[in-house]
Design a protein around this ligand. Structure first.
Ligand SMILES: Nc1nc2c(ncn2[C@@H]2O[C@H](COP(=O)(O)OP(=O)(O)OP(=O)(O)O)[C@@H](O)[C@H]2O)c(=O)[nH]1
Ligand SMILES: [Mg+2]
Length: 429
């Protein structure tokens, strides 16, 4: 079964409570406050794994819960942080909170924090100051994020098959790949997308077969255009047209118009157009139909006349598809050069602002992010309360947690920002 949309409930860990406690010392009636801070709750983190291809396992496991932080205790003992829950998802998974896309996971290894663990509360030791020697106050741990989310898998195929019902899309996929889609001599045989891997020379192509489109599909006719989302991000479209159509040029134009109505980007996708079922037809008949198509298809679009069951021109077509896929991927890579670090969570402006990343370089830790850099810019680094406040903000934003995860030690340098880096020394007050 092809599963492409599931509901899950995610729950990050709660932060541990801060402790209220006072040192017990011989000869001292009541020592100073020594209540430790609570640990941070674990995050729920999604990670793209190449070993996952579907969302099917979320059908059986819909509760994704990370560990709570442990409460602080006396002698300034910090409670342990809750473990993050790392959830493996396939490349192409999109995560929605209602209608809002909160993460778009496309690259193997890419991670996104889907639900943030709550911060631990400060213990009373934190609240000691020159005017408050014996604070009785400690904070409660913060609640972790908890929400219902929809996961959607967009197939990241190389080639997407489009065309009228009965054009021979599923037959093509079954001949060139390991996939065994249902095939029928009636329209709308295919009701859910199929994926197959076609080997060509020494590489392979991932091909997506979707239900047929008809005129008005973009307005919901037939099975509508909902399935087009599965080919939205394919590098190349393969448009199949039954040679027995009376008007192959008209068939081409109808589908081209539906693609354009669905999305402009899709209508500009590199494409190949192929007439199907040509076995047993005379050469001049095929030529005449190709000539009809040539009049309406853009000049740069390669045209083929194929038969899947008779294996006519199928290999040549795959080779052409492979060439175009490679060119398209190269072009995309050039337009979006890969940075050293992938953005944690992208997209909406609010999230963009609070997103941050930490990179480690020997004993120096670089922190980048719009919001944290703004805070740093407003910090008076010359004063202890100033530095302390910035540390608290970094803790609240989860940056301290990440620094610790990356192994920061006392005396290490933290640089915030790039051009004008603000410098903190870890462990200093
Ligand atoms: N003679 C001949 N018949 C073919 C060829 N390709 C497909 N067919 C037949 O055409 C009919 C439709 O094929 P499908 O592959 O199910 O078509 P489809 O485009 O996937 O159709 P939908 O799933 O309804 O969109 C079936 O009866 C196939 O056997 C071909 O190259 N030659
Ligand atoms: Mg089909």
């Amino acid at each position: 079964m092809f599963v492409d949309k599931v509901l899950v409930h995610v729950k990050a860990g709660h932060g541990g409570d801060g402790a209220v406690s006072f040192r017990h010392e011989i000869y001292v009636d009541k020592g100073g406050p020594d209540g430790g801070n609570g640990g941070r709750g674990g995050n729920v983190v999604f990670e793209v794994s190449q070993n996952e291809n579907t969302l099917v396992r979320f059908r059986f496991k819909q509760e994704l819960t990370a560990e709570n932080g442990v409460n602080g205790s006396k002698r300034q003992r910090q409670g342990a942080n809750g473990e993050d829950l790392i959830v493996k998802v396939p490349a192409g998974t999109q995560v929605f909170d209602g209608d809002r896309l909160i993460a778009d996971l496309t690259e193997p290894g890419q991670r996104a924090i889907i639900a943030r663990g709550g911060d631990g509360g400060f213990g009373n030791a934190h609240f000691k100051s020159s005017t408050r020697q014996a604070p009785q106050v400690a904070e409660l741990g913060e609640k972790g994020d908890e929400k219902d989310l929809t996961l959607e898998l967009k197939l990241l195929a190389d080639v997407g098959l489009v065309g009228f019902p009965n054009a021979g899309k599923s037959t093509f996929l079954s001949v060139v790949s390991n996939a065994r889609p249902e095939i029928g001599d009636y329209p709308f045989t295919t009701l859910t997308p199929n994926l197959g891997v076609a080997d060509i020379d020494d590489t392979s192509l991932l091909i997506a077969d979707i239900p047929g489109l008809i005129e008005g599909a973009s307005e919901g006719k037939g099975l509508g255009d909902a399935f087009l989302r599965h080919v939205e991000r394919t590098a190349v479209l393969l448009h199949l047209i039954d040679i027995y159509e009376d008007d192959v040029a008209g068939a081409y134009k109808t589908i081209a118009a539906e693609l354009a109505a669905h999305s402009k980007a899709l209508s500009k996708r590199p494409q190949i157009v192929a007439l199907t079922k040509v076995e047993g037809l005379p050469e001049d008949g095929i030529e005449a139909k190709l000539a009809d198509l040539k009049k309406v298809v853009p000049k740069s679009t390669p045209l083929f006349a194929i038969s899947s069951p008779a294996h006519i021109n199928v290999t040549d077509l795959l080779r052409q598809a492979r060439k175009m896929v490679e060119a398209a991927r190269k072009k995309a890579a050039k337009e979006q050069p890969e940075g050293d670090a992938k953005p944690l969570i992208g997209l909406n402006a609010e999230q963009e602002a609070i997103a941050w990343r930490v990179t480690k370089n020997d004993d120096t830790f670089m922190v980048r992010g719009t919001k944290i850099e703004k805070f740093a810019a407003r910090t008076n680094f010359a004063t202890e309360p100033g530095r302390r406040r910035l540390r608290d903000i970094m803790r609240k934003m989860g940056i301290m947690h990440e620094l610790e995860r990356q192994g920061i030690e006392e005396g290490n340098t933290i640089l915030i920002g790039k051009a004008r880096a603000y410098k903190l020394t870890h462990g200093d007050q």
